[in-house]
Write a protein that binds this ligand. Sequence first.
Ligand SMILES: CC(=O)N[C@H](C=O)[C@@H](O)[C@H](O)[C@H](O)COP(=O)(O)O
Ligand SMILES: C=C(OP(=O)(O)O)C(=O)O
Length: 349
Amino acid sequence: MLEVKITEDIRIGGKNPCFIIAEVGQNHQGDIEVAKKLIKAAKDAGANCVKFQKTCLNEKFTKKYLEKPYDSPNSWGKTYGEHKRHLEFSESQYRELFKYAQEVGILFTASAMDMVSFDFLVNIKVPFIKIGSGDSNNLLFLKYAASKKIPLIISTGMVDKQAVKTIYDIIAAQHKQFCLLHCISAYPVPFEDCNLTVLQDYKNTFDIPVGYSGQEVGTAVALGAIALGAKVLEKHITLDKGLRGTDHVCSLTPTEFQQLVRDVRVIEASLGTPIKKVVTSEIPCIDKLQKSLVMGCTKNKGEILYPGDVKIKVAEPKGLNALHFEDVIYKTLVYDKKEDEPLNEGDFC
Ligand SMILES: CC(=O)N[C@H](C=O)[C@@H](O)[C@H](O)[C@H](O)COP(=O)(O)O
Ligand SMILES: C=C(OP(=O)(O)O)C(=O)O
């Protein structure tokens, strides 16, 4: 499988650990100090990257859409435009956050919600750009993004497999430095809609790293994604799930995020090899509790071992591994043997 190079030291895919993105999105409430707290929380939780959402409102939305009333407990204004303006950081605020993330020591990026935002992110030199599910049908934008040759992580919510193949073809025509994330765009996603096994299909279809962007509640599904081979994992992070905003409900607190990262690393370590074998750590238990072949009764040299004469027990010293039961019966004893004595190679012929 191809690897995607994010920095000199960080690659996605292959045998590299899963790349974990803490998605701040708009959980900063439009407050740069909250945004900084979330950057620090992402770093402390062990995420590889912290991500925001960069939008140029007039590029992403029509004027009419921005004038639409947004009457919702999650709203920051009377209209959708007012709401989004409250949540959008300026370019200089983005630079400040980028610098802060560098000071804290965590990769920083954003999803580009339109071409103007894409150019801005290229300009400030983020290591890669995320394209969210809102653009999974935006073939013009995808072509544009591909032409810029910057690594991309692309979510695939709100479209079917045919469209995902189209996304793949568009980017792959330019380069293969991109990942596709399985994603269901609902806030929160009901568990039965997560369709996590899509990841297996992505893995079988595409020769690039695939991952998961999860909008469901909690961490269990994300961990399932790791077991299914996700090489990128994105989850929202929040300081408080009770805050105003559409995404808090499906976000993780800093403590939960930290637990998630820890659990991801445990699962990765535990996936190991598909070849079933006895491993070194089992030897003490083999020595202590694995069963072996012993005499079921006392018999003398020259007598035949019938099935009822051989028993399988935990013994000290050990006899032959009990898997050899069939090899022993109907053989002739070459020594006298007492009940419970182990049976070893050389004891019969
Ligand atoms: C599809 C997409 O962009 N989804 C994003 C990423 O998950 C979300 O964060 C939205 O920006 C958010 O849910 C919008 O909420 P509101 O409409 O209340 O600002
Ligand atoms: C919408 C986004 O992502 P996703 O589709 O993965 O939720 C985003 O990153 O802005």
